[in-house]
Design a protein around this ligand. Structure first.
Ligand code: GLN
Ligand code: ZN
Length: 755
């Protein structure tokens, strides 16, 4: 039985790619040194997969920044504004923008890859868009592996998925209508790969698992028939993941491809349906190992799927595989030396998942292999561990009362109470929470970790920074202050470290975008807050100022979304446990005298299921969790929430259901979308649409900010409008932060004089 791998992490086991890219960008290494790093990572990955017995080893899964961007370069989807740049400059310019003495070229848009925290560079299609084979990366890498003695399976994003991932700019047409222009380029590429010796090619079409209309399904049919006609002998593995293909099963199963890959972790139920409809030739690649999570595979369970398929199709028509590319999990568990050994035994990172694939194949061939018993021991230990289950926690989340879900007063009443309680001017100004995490602060934390400074030293230093930034905000004239979040490494990790039920890896990095990697905490057990997490910092901060200070918390959905979540209970049960932990913190902050508490839900939209049919259930849980977290606050306490995205069309009503007193959102890059959203639905509570983009060092002028505010006033009632940047200022430097906020405060003052 063939062992198929869809993709392997390309950041390197010590984030070598990140380091090399960042050094290249700052001019510290040459282009050829950068390329050499890429080459080493590719060879290492291929070799590793070969050693672990993988039969279908992917190539072209490597990328210096993003695989979608690679495809855009390959097809010549290059927006006009970049046309004068040379090759490597062009590549990174599209990803990150380009500044020189006389040029300032805006980067392409970046957005989340389906429901993951990986971000891709959005292809831009223009009127009269054409495509041509602009570079041969996929062929070059295939040959590179061949020269190293490894026959790989090149991976391509499918033409339909590629078009659906893109955006039409400055024109009005359906991106999919470009298919007739794009397909010839795919055919040319596939021909070249075939000639170079490729036996299999993996074509990723995750959109096959999503809601498709008739035209889209029809396009799938015609495209894959054309590919088959042109290349009858090339074996195509059509890969779906992140959702089941049930809704499109007939369309998918009738495509003339060699193999269909299905995700049996996300959608285990689809197998029966597929087996009942499958024709006489199609092979299946069964995604039985979780490519999105870090838990050890339950072999017994995985094998049942395989046997079911084999019974019907025979061994020759079945492959086994991870559910999706392994880029969503860290590289190697062997690098972890600090995770508690009991828990480490329950985990598998990308390298371990290769081993699992190999072991499952062995067990299928030799059912008496001791490998199965060994796996069963770990699985049983995890399911019976007393460290996971806490009856008190479970009980509380099963018995939620109406009272726990509702504030004591409706918004209109709360608004009045808060008005007299907080005494804020019209158009109050505030920031989202964090201030620049300078090198000095990061060094403090590193030194604490290394034992170079004591906890007391560290705390004293952080206090000093906090006090300074509070005084500084008062001088600037901000109305609602924040403590700056200097004590936090990360908005999720910080809370995870203070809660029961989490463990942390030391090197469990996963690519988020380009050179940026994240290290998600691991939720292994029931969540419990044994003691207050932020009260000491927030009440210290409040004691330094007569102005209201915002207590600053990360919301339950965001903690869940940015962690590896346990898979032994439904996600929403873990969510509710997190919500209660936040609720207790809100209550304690209020008791400590904080009059405003912000619960950040930066990742609320990111968690939205890909299929419409699942979305209502998601909102129900997410809103319930937010209410559990926030409704404990007294009417005069003002609850804020913050969200990091700008697409609100169709979800304004959900945000309203959350019933936060104030919501701050990221809108400055698309004021228009805000206007559109408000046409569908008038948001009833107070709102702060970010008035400037913190993702760039550019300083907004007073006039620009005023204009944004005037625009916002067209759709937001005067008494409901707040003035704030669009996100936290953690990644910015001080000079631009100071200049920008000064202008922001001035703009609010000008507005007050006029209105
Ligand atoms: N309070 C957090 C901060 O300011 C919010 C960050 C975020 O929304 N991503 O950093
Ligand atoms: Zn944000």
């Amino acid at each position: 039985m063939l062992k198929n791998n869809l993709g392997f992490p390309r950041i390197g086991n010590q984030r070598q790619l990140k380091r090399a890219c960042e050094k290249y960008w700052s001019g510290k290494i040459s282009e050829s040194e950068l390329l050499e790093t890429g080459k080493t990572i590719r060879l290492t990955n291929w070799q590793l997969q070969k050693e672990h017995g993988i039969d279908l080893i992917p190539s072209n899964d490597f990328s210096f920044y993003d695989q979608v961007l690679d495809h855009s370069l390959m097809f010549g989807t290059i927006p006009e504004r970049f046309k004068d740049l040379n090759k490597t400059d062009l590549y990174f310019a599209m990803a990150r923008g380009y500044q020189s003495e006389n040029q300032n070229i805006k980067a392409c848009e970046m957005t989340k890859w389906f429901d993951t925290n990986y971000h891709y560079i959005v292809p831009e299609f223009q009127a009269f868009q054409t495509f041509h084979l602009n570079d041969t990366k996929v062929i070059d890498e295939f040959i590179e592996a061949q020269n190293a003695g490894i026959l790989t399976k090149p991976v391509l994003i499918g033409p339909i998925t590629y078009l659906l991932l893109g955006k039409v700019k400055n024109a009005d047409f359906n991106a999919l209508s470009l298919i007739d222009r794009l397909l010839p380029v795919y055919l040319e590429l596939l021909n070249k790969l075939h000639k170079a010796g490729a036996e299999y090619v993996q074509i990723d079409e995750p959109f096959l698992g999503l809601d498709l209309n008739f035209f889209q399904k029809e396009t799938y049919r015609t495209v894959y028939h054309k590919i088959k006609n042109e290349l009858p002998d090339l074996k195509i593995i059509l890969s779906t993941y992140f959702e089941g293909i049930e809704d499109n099963a007939l369309a998918a199963l009738n495509l003339p491809v060699d193999t269909l890959h299905i995700d049996l972790k996300r959608a285990p139920d689809q197998l029966d349906n597929i087996l009942s409809k499958i024709g006489p030739h199609l092979k299946l690649s069964l995604g039985i190992i979780d490519g999105r999570n870090i838990w050890k595979t339950d072999y017994q369970n995985a094998i049942q799927f395989v046997q079911k398929a084999v019974n019907q199709l025979g061994e020759e028509r079945v492959m086994i595989a991870p559910s999706c590319s392994l880029i969503h999990v860290p590289v190697d568990l062997e690098n972890e030396t600090t995770i508690d050994p009991e828990i480490k035994d329950w985990l598998a990172f990308a390298t371990q998942k290769l081993i699992e694939l190999n072991e499952i194949a062995t067990i299928l061939a030799e059912p008496n292999s001791p490998l199965l018993a060994r796996n069963t021991v770990s699985i049983t230990k995890r399911s019976t561990s007393t460290r996971i289950h806490k009856p008190e926690v479970k009980k509380r989340s099963l018995e939620i009362s109406d009272k726990e879900l509702k504030r004591n007063a409706i918004f209109a009443e709360r608004k009045n109470l808060q008005k007299s309680h907080l005494k804020l001017p019209d158009f109050p100004t505030t920031t989202i929470g964090s201030f620049p995490q300078t090198k000095e602060i990061r060094t403090l934390r590193a030194n604490l970790k290394k034992g170079i400074i004591t906890a007391e030293n560290y705390e004293a230093e952080i206090k000093r920074h906090t006090a300074e930034v509070i005084k500084w905000q008062e001088e600037l004239g901000l109305d609602v202050l924040v403590h700056g979040e200097f004590e936090r490494n990360d908005m999720v990790e910080y809370f995870g470290e203070l809660l029961e039920g989490f463990v942390f890896s030391a090197n469990g990095w996963v690519q988020s975008y380009g050179s940026r990697c994240v290290k998600p905490p691991i939720i292994f057990g029931d969540i419990e807050r044994l003691k207050a997490m932020t009260v000491a910092w927030s009440s210290y901060a409040q004691s330094l100022s007569a102005k209201p200070m915002k207590g600053m918390l990360t919301g339950p959905q965001t903690i869940l979304q940015w962690s590896f979540v346990r898979d032994d209970q439904p996600r929403h049960e873990t969510l509710i446990q997190l919500a209660f932990a936040v609720r207790d913190e809100v209550a304690d902050l209020e008791k400590a005298g904080l009059k405003i508490i912000q619960i950040d839900e930066a990742a609320l939209r990111e968690g939205l299921p890909l299929k419409k049919a699942d979305q209502d259930a998601y909102w129900n849980h997410a809103i319930k969790a937010f209410k559990i977290a926030s409704a404990v606050a007294q009417p005069e306490t003002q609850i804020h929430t913050h969200m990091c995205y700008s697409q609100f069309k169709g979800i304004m009503d959900k945000l309203a259901d959350m019933d936060a007193d104030v919501i701050t959102i990221e809108t400055c890059r698309s004021q228009m979308e805000l206007l559109e959203s408000f046409q569908d639905f008038q948001y009833p509570n107070e709102i702060g649409p970010g008035v400037y983009d913190i993702h760039s060092p550019t300083i907004p002028s007073v006039l620009e900010i005023e204009q944004s505010l005037e625009k916002a006033l067209k759709v937001i009632p005067e008494g409901n409008l707040w003035v704030n940047p669009d996100c936290g200022l953690k990644t910015r430097a001080w000079p631009e932060t100071e200049a920008s906020l000064k202008n922001m405060v001035q703009a609010a003052q000008n507005l007050r004089l006029r209105n």
